[in-house]
Design a protein around this ligand. Structure first.
Ligand code: 9J3
Ligand code: ZN
Length: 316
């Protein structure tokens, strides 16, 4: 149920967010680097144990994924949420922050998600806990007015990310260099606008996107575009497909066309949207190559996938 902004609970600060202890102490790390130096000199680097490579990616969060874990309605992390009143922010319409409750796993990447034309955050709310439970801070937003166009929604997604990383009570839980955007319809068009404006974004996922601008060669953010074969409001032939085709061929990009789906598929929980969104965010916001197996080789057409295009393997 939606709460009126005036009656919504004021954000309460979560438990303090001092960085977690490093896996290895200073002495162990000094030993490890000394050992690595010796191994390099002696030419033994190929003999280091697999364990010595296990922590190569500092952004990995959660256990090794399986098909079941990315299809599940909830991931590894328990999730808390905070309502952000529109009265306390500028540049967007407030929203709800969903975040992993634990402070024991370091910082997380973050994603802002915009609803579509006439929609509110409730229309994309299912993505909040679904993605946050996999290890992301997720901000489902309301826009300034429900009639805002994609360029405005793009600016609002960026304002929401700025609020999230600079002002919100969970800012200490977020790695502000690892951010992404998603959105439905005009919000999907807005996520293209946001990525064009802010190349530092690490991932974009427009969902049945709508935009009058059909060409996006300026984007350098890895982008997964999700279309629906039965979309008569933003037909893939004049929206999702040209958006995908216009992205640079050198970019890590993908086009997922849902089978037997309408423009409103992203408005209710959808396993196909979730599993590829989780994989894309993990792969490009967390650099987590454990998820590459779900993206590459390219998924085959199925009962839920009409078509899937993309480059493979990924380059960034
Ligand atoms: O956000 C959307 O659902 C955009 C689709 C739309 O209503 O286009 C008509 C102008
Ligand atoms: Zn363009």
């Amino acid at each position: 149920m939606q709460q009126h902004p005036l009656t919504a609970p004021v954000s309460t600060a979560p438990v303090s967010t001092t960085p977690p202890p490093r896996r290895a102490g200073r002495r162990a790390r000094r030993f490890a680097s000394a050992a690595a130096a010796i191994a390099a000199v002696v030419g033994l680097s190929t003999l280091t144990s697999p364990g010595a490579h296990a922590a190569d990616n500092p952004y990995e969060r959660g256990p090794a994924p399986t098909t079941a874990s990315i299809e599940a309605s909830r991931g590894y992390y328990a999730v808390s949420d905070i309502s952000v009143s529109s009265l306390l922010v500028t540049g967007f319409g407030g929203g709800t922050i969903y975040y992993p409750t634990t402070t024991a796993d370091g910082t997380f990447g973050a994603v802002a998600i915009s609803p579509g034309y006439t929609g509110t955050q409730s229309s994309i709310a299912w993505l909040g806990p679904r993605l946050a439970s996999q290890g992301f801070v997720v901000f489902t937003i309301d826009t300034l007015t429900t009639l805002d166009q994609p360029d405005s929604r793009g600016r609002q997604l960026l304002a929401a990310l700025d609020y999230l990383t600079q002002r919100s009570s969970v800012r200490g839980r977020i790695d502000s260099s690892r951010l992404g955007v998603m959105g439905h319809s005009m919000g999907g068009g807005g996520s293209l606008e946001a990525a064009k404006t802010r190349p530092s974004l690490q991932a974009a996922i427009p969902l049945t996107p709508w935009n009058l601008d059909k060409t996006w060669p300026e984007i350098s953010t890895p982008t997964l575009i999700v279309g629906a074969d039965g979309d008569s409001i933003a037909p893939v032939s004049s929206h999702a497909e040209p958006f995908y085709t216009s992205l640079p061929a050198s970019l890590d990009r993908a086009y997922l066309e849902l089978n037997n789906a309408s423009h409103f598929a992203p408005n209710t929980s959808d396993t196909t949207i979730a599993k590829y969104s989780v994989s894309w965010l993990k792969r490009f916001i967390d650099n987590d190559t454990r998820y590459e197996q779900f993206l590459c080789p390219l998924p085959r057409p199925s009962l839920t996938i009409e078509e899937y295009r993309g480059n493979c393997p990924h380059t960034s």
